[in-house]
Design a protein around this ligand. Structure first.
Ligand code: FES
Length: 283
């Protein structure tokens, strides 16, 4: 009930969030895309997990501590906690925008509301922090950080909405499961260096012949579900045509984001004009 009401409120923000989202995407894409190594770092490719949610706990924790310290009259300690919160909020924003620039439609809209609220909270905390550096305490510095905290918590809810309800930055293969059975593909002819879409029972795979090797990965990109068979071969990887994630053909390892999860990989054997596969990695 409550969730549906909140979702309607978020949808109603399209009038300002959609144009602002386009502007944010243009700015951060111009900053990040020329340097893929930085974007990969911020997406969390090296971590095998999105980096943004791993950082966000720090500012939220620091702001809770600051609130408690303010209530107990410990101004200097509260100021230090807010300083920590601001630094990690900036880091979380850098990582969050690396994920955000690959969103579209509803997820981009909700992401824009989420990040805009966080920016407002950041400004409030910054002003509060600067006031706290002065010699004379004021109630305004406490009120500013208290309002900032309420905005952070509200915005964190929208971040949860993006992940848990809309499936942003989640592994598309989390429930795929393994298996040891060999299954025949519905294709028998795979030309060299060209991704071929094939069915293995209920699963759709992309099969690529490189020299004498035949490689098979699941066709659904772990990032946002595009078909890898519509991508292209780059060295020993396949590159997704949607946002450029690259997976190593021989084992499905993600070597370039925005995907941060490996792609399910299949062992392949050929005999009597038939191609069979079985899943090698299990999760
Ligand atoms: S769907 Fe985004 S990189 Fe494949």
């Amino acid at each position: 009930m409550l969730h549906r009401a909140i979702e309607r409120v978020l949808e109603a923000q399209a009038v300002w969030a959609d144009p602002l989202g386009k502007l944010f995407v243009a700015i951060f894409a111009a900053l990040y895309k020329p340097v893929p190594i930085i974007k990969d770092l911020l997406n969390g490719v090296w971590l095998g997990h999105p980096l943004h949610p791993a950082i966000t706990d720090v500012p939220i924790g620091a702001y809770v501590v600051a609130l408690v310290l303010d209530l107990s009259g410990q101004r200097a300690a509260a100021t230090a906690a807010i300083g920590v919160g601001i630094v990690f909020m900036l880091l979380a924003a850098l990582a969050g925008y690396a994920d955000y620039i690959d969103l579209e439609g509803k997820t981009q809209r909700f992401g824009t509301v989420h990040s805009s609220l966080m920016l407002v909270a950041l400004v409030l905390y910054l002003v509060s922090f600067l006031m706290r550096l002065g010699a004379v305490p004021s109630s305004a510095e406490v009120w500013l950080s208290a309002v900032g905290f309420l905005i952070v918590i509200s915005s964190a809810y929208i971040g949860g909405e993006l992940v848990y309800n809309l499936g942003t930055q989640v592994d598309r293969h989390a429930w795929r499961g393994g298996g040891t059975k060999w299954t025949a593909l519905d294709v028998s002819d795979v030309p060299a260096d060209k991704p071929v879409k094939a069915k293995a029972g209920a699963q759709t795979l992309v099969v690529v012949r490189r020299g004498s090797d035949l490689n098979a990965l699941h066709d659904v990109c772990a990032h946002q579900g595009c078909s890898l068979s519509e991508g292209k071969i780059v060295d020993d990887t396949i590159e997704c045509g949607c946002h450029g994630s690259r997976y190593r053909l021989r084992d499905g390892l993600v070597v370039r984001g925005p995907a941060v999860f490996d792609q399910p990989h299949y062992e392949v054997r050929e005999a009597e004009g038939k191609i069979e596969v079985r899943r090698t990695d299990t999760r």
